[in-house]
Design a binder for this molecule. Structure first.
Ligand code: UGY
Ligand code: MN
Length: 248
């Protein structure tokens, strides 16, 4: 029996687990004929925004970045994306990085297509150029093993240069794989589960997590994960990187 007063979602001071059962739609100007779920944003205390767009018939996403860059990733389905004068069809696992002050337009978005977005205010670093538009495919990024553990693979989707102040990676855990230690770090994460399930520990609380769930981890939210079940657990995540860590 389903009980509507229960959910796995939680929103705490320095982390949140958002399961799809609690989604309420938002209208985003320029994003039409779609359901937009704003999963993480600054009103939670976060320094990033994460949304999930589900296309209906005739969906278009049209806009221009200003102070924030946007990373668009196709979770499911297909679309045609134009940004920075380039146009490309994007299908599952492909993405476009739209830097600051750039127009973008998604058309031919197949009904049911899901697009994940990560937004971050860009912090320019003196002596380094603002990045350009990048169209790419996760399949072009080999997943080297992580921390000498054959069960763990990380695909790094954006260049590691200092021009970039955000990273987006895909972390794959074979069954039985787990983070080799509890991470305690200044970097913040926004994350969407793409496949499988497992248990996440966030600040010493334990959460069952599965495909479709999202997590926000604030700076210094302690984190550990172990995969469970019979298929690899896979998540895509955002991380702020490459900038001076303090204003003091
Ligand atoms: O890159 C990371 O900090 C990553 N290992 N964290 C995580 O998966 N929770
Ligand atoms: Mn981490």
């Amino acid at each position: 029996m389903e009980i509507s007063a229960l959910t796995r979602s939680v929103v705490k001071r320095n982390h949140a687990v958002i399961a799809p059962d609690g989604y309420i739609n938002s209208n985003v100007p320029g994003w039409t004929n779609c359901i937009v779920n704003v999963i993480i944003n600054e009103q939670m205390g976060a320094n990033l925004c994460q949304t999930l767009v589900t296309a209906q018939n005739g969906c278009e996403l049209k806009g221009a970045t200003k102070a924030s860059q946007i990373f668009f990733y196709v979770v499911e389905g297909s679309a045609t994306a134009t940004a920075g004068g380039k146009t490309q069809k994007l299908t599952k696992g492909q993405f476009v990085y739209v830097p600051v002050e750039t127009d973008y337009h998604f058309t031919n978005v197949a009904q049911g297509t899901q697009i994940l977005t990560f937004h971050k205010v860009y912090e320019h670093l003196e002596g380094y150029d603002v990045p350009g538009v990048i169209f790419d495919d996760q399949a072009n990024h080999e997943g080297p093993i992580y921390m000498d553990d054959e069960a763990l693979r990380i695909q790094v989707l954006l260049p590691a240069d200092l021009n970039f102040d955000m990273a987006v990676n895909i972390f794959t855990y074979q069954t039985g794989g787990n983070l080799p230690m509890v991470e305690t770090h200044i970097m913040e994460h926004g994350l969407l589960y793409l496949q499988g399930q497992g248990i996440y520990m966030l600040d010493h609380e334990w959460y069952p997590i599965k495909k479709g769930d999202s997590i926000w981890m604030a700076p210094y939210c302690q984190q550990w994960f172990t995969a469970m079940g019979k298929e690899p657990a896979v998540y895509i995540y955002y991380k702020n990187v490459n900038r001076f860590p303090t204003t003091i």
